[in-house]
Design a binder for this molecule. Sequence first.
Ligand code: SAM
Length: 340
Amino acid sequence: ASGLEFMPGEIRWLRVNTLRWSVEAAVEWFEKVGWEMFEEVDEMLAASQSKPKVFALDAHIEPLLALPASVSLPTISAYQDGRLLAQDKASCMPAWVLLSPVLADAEEGLLEEKGKGKGVRVLDATAAPGNKTTMAAALVADDRISGKVVACERDQGRFKVLKDMLKRADAKNVQPMNVDFLSLKPDDPKLKNVTHLLVDPSCSGSGIPSRLDHLIPSSPEHEHLTRIRALSNFQLAIVSHALRFAGAQRVVYSTCSVWEQEDENVVMRVLAKKEMREMGWRLAKREEVLPTWERRGRVEACGGDAELADSMVRCLPEDGTNGFFVACFVKDTDATPIEA
Ligand code: SAM
């Protein structure tokens, strides 16, 4: 659970690729080949001192398993053949926050009623290498949802990496596009049915442990401030563009930065735009964004607004993840049926 403190890098997170497997089948397989399952990640880690083959289900993200970091991935055949994918827990949060409400509606049979039946269309604005794309693809591939994903990547080299990842994950419901997301027209008739967007733009990467100081400054004192300002402006442009898509209902913004300039500040700058308020966008509240995850946005970076800060999620290595940030924008509109 998130209240616990872990040693940085002590957990190896593996996402069950539900395009090819199920969590139940994965658990059964692990147990059959001699692994012991624990209810809690900290219990699993304690047991790993004396037993090498232990795993636990994650408490926040359904298709996620935790193993001791010492595990050798090449020895796990289900990892080699793409049924399991190595993905940090924090990196799994954006697609989960974006799409778990759709899964919940599908469970309760509410999709048609809410005008979303067979109409969930995801656009990943900044997709390579494709971790979040393939997770989104897996979440919406559910028969009741029959969702599809468009994945944009501007860089040609990284676009190839994205295509390889789509192949490895067997993500057939993804249309990759080697395009600058900012060049797409939000009112393009071909994109008018996009309902959910992932925005995980380039960032300073200050949350990646190898780049973290043990003190983790909240500001980029050690970096060139102009570079961070430029990144922050770019991030604002990308997320603002995403919010202009005509059919968009939910947009998740994330970074692997721990710096406020790229995190809360970007969200605050979006919320301050009259255009965004007029379109009906608001920030999803804590109960809609991993409510049981304890580390939230920084109040002081949200102009002292504790409720707003509480709507955002932060992660640090002591949570067993990379440093990370997630916020979710929602538009409360009368649901109109979306063409498939
Ligand atoms: N979401 C990815 C994942 O989880 O695997 C990581 C995304 S990475 C942080 C940001 C990516 O966005 C980079 O591959 C970068 O080339 C791409 N990118 C940056 N600006 C872009 C733009 N305007 N349009 C499309 N892709 C862009």
